[in-house]
Design a protein around this ligand. Structure first.
Ligand SMILES: [Zn+2]
Length: 398
């Protein structure tokens, strides 16, 4: 077995890890048995901040990565996933757990998640810490963004430089308070949170902030996927009042709403006199919808998902990386397109077949009638507590 000591530096290199350094499951795998694997899920950080993670194991095994990575064909033993504190423009990103050690054995497929929290001075520790309100869902189960994925923001039309800087400052402060990694959308990139500002003569500001969310199914939590911020900015207002408006609308986009306490940014009216940024209640509300509430990651998609048609039987093989939280259900979906639309059916598993949460799998079943139709595609759908991930299956032999 090769000792892998190549630093994995970027997203592109992490893809290369999957395709070149890690052997794929042989096609005719026979009985499912073999080496273990470890899936390291690395949460995204704000902007372009790198969060290197080092995995060490038996016989000098060492891999460095900054992205979610599946390490396969591992020799049995204890593997340690180490993360370090990363200084950044917002303060410090501190890993929730510096070292996590897992035992990998034959056929043992484990998953480790590396998540970070912000360690920064409180922004404005004033006001009643209990003055916050959740916008959708409940305080125990608020509707929120996945704090382990970057959320991009940007104006639909170019803004004056000073306003762009105020918005940048507001999103940075929202990042610190919530732990949600915001990043300014790059040129040509569609932002997840759109900002539209208009300017009018006057001494007041007004705006709206909206969070859009949906659920995979009735069994899964809704999650935010898009936001809209609009503002009408009086040209005779101060930079502080404008930034307070942006913080307020970002609060709505993140999932908190109005309170009675006028010292909070989430009070429905913010004036020049009380425009001083997130207060204690705002910050506590943002924690509830932020990183401290945990990742909302769906499963990592299956690897090497393929099927062979032969003698009326369809044999599927795939490798399911370990996920945090674990995969609880896997199904095969068949989609057939016709001029009238498309129809989706679930292909039943063979009697008694149990899909594992992680690792290699193989199942043989009678060929569904349409699987060789060029208008038909089949996919593996893996589901965990946070939703589903669909992976196309390559079919040969038809
Ligand atoms: Zn409001």
């Amino acid at each position: 077995m090769a000792v892998i000591s190549t630093p994995i530096l970027a997203a592109a290199a992490a893809v290369a890890l999957g395709s070149t350094l890690v052997a794929t499951l042989p096609w005719d795998a026979g009985p499912i048995s073999g080496p273990g694997s470890l899936t390291v899920t690395v949460a995204d950080a704000p902007g372009d901040i790198d969060t290197p993670v080092v995995v060490t194991g038996p016989d000098g095994f060492r891999v460095e990565t900054e992205r979610t990575t599946v390490l396969r064909n591992l020799r049995p033993g204890d593997y340690t996933v180490s993360a370090t504190t990363v200084p950044n423009p917002f303060g410090e990103l501190v890993p929730q757990l510096a070292d996590q050690t897992v035992r990998i054995g034959p056929n043992l497929h484990r998953g480790v998640a590396v998540t970070y929290r912000f360690d920064s001075p409180p922004l404005v520790p004033v006001g009643d810490p209990a003055s916050y309100a959740i916008q959708s869902g409940t305080p125990d189960n608020p509707v929120r963004w996945n704090p382990c994925r970057v959320v991009t923001w940007g104006p639909l039309l170019p803004l004056p430089v000073a306003e762009e800087q105020r918005l940048t400052s507001a999103f940075a402060k929202a990042s610190i308070a919530s732990g949600i990694p915001f990043r300014r959308a790059l040129p040509g990139e569609t932002p997840m949170v759109n900002v539209t500002l208009t300017f009018e003569p006057g001494t007041t500001v007004s705006g709206e902030g909206t969070m859009f969310f949906s659920a995979d199914s009735a069994d899964t939590l809704p999650r935010a996927f898009r936001g809209e911020i609009s503002g009408v900015i009086g040209t005779e207002t101060s930079g502080e009042l404008r930034e307070a408006l942006y913080l307020h609308e970002i609060g709505h986009v993140l999932g908190i709403t109005h309170v009675e306490d006028s010292s909070q940014v989430m009070h429905s009216v913010v004036t020049e006199e009380d425009a001083f940024g997130f207060a204690a209640g705002d910050t506590n509300g943002l924690r509830l919808v932020g990183a401290e509430a945990g990742c909302l990651d769906r499963p990592i998609g299956a690897k090497d998902a393929r099927a062979v048609e032969s003698d009326g039987m369809l044999t599927l093989t795939w490798f399911q990386p370990a996920s945090v939280p674990p995969v609880v259900d896997t199904r095969v979906e068949m989609v057939t397109r016709s001029p009238g639309g498309s129809a989706t059916t679930v292909v039943p598993w063979p009697a008694g077949f149990v899909t594992p949460a992680a690792g290699p799998s193989r199942a043989a079943m009678p060929i569904p009638q349409d699987v060789c139709d060029p208008n038909t595609t089949i996919s593996l759908v893996a589901t965990n507590a946070n939703g589903s991930t669909t992976t196309p299956i390559r079919v040969t032999g038809c």
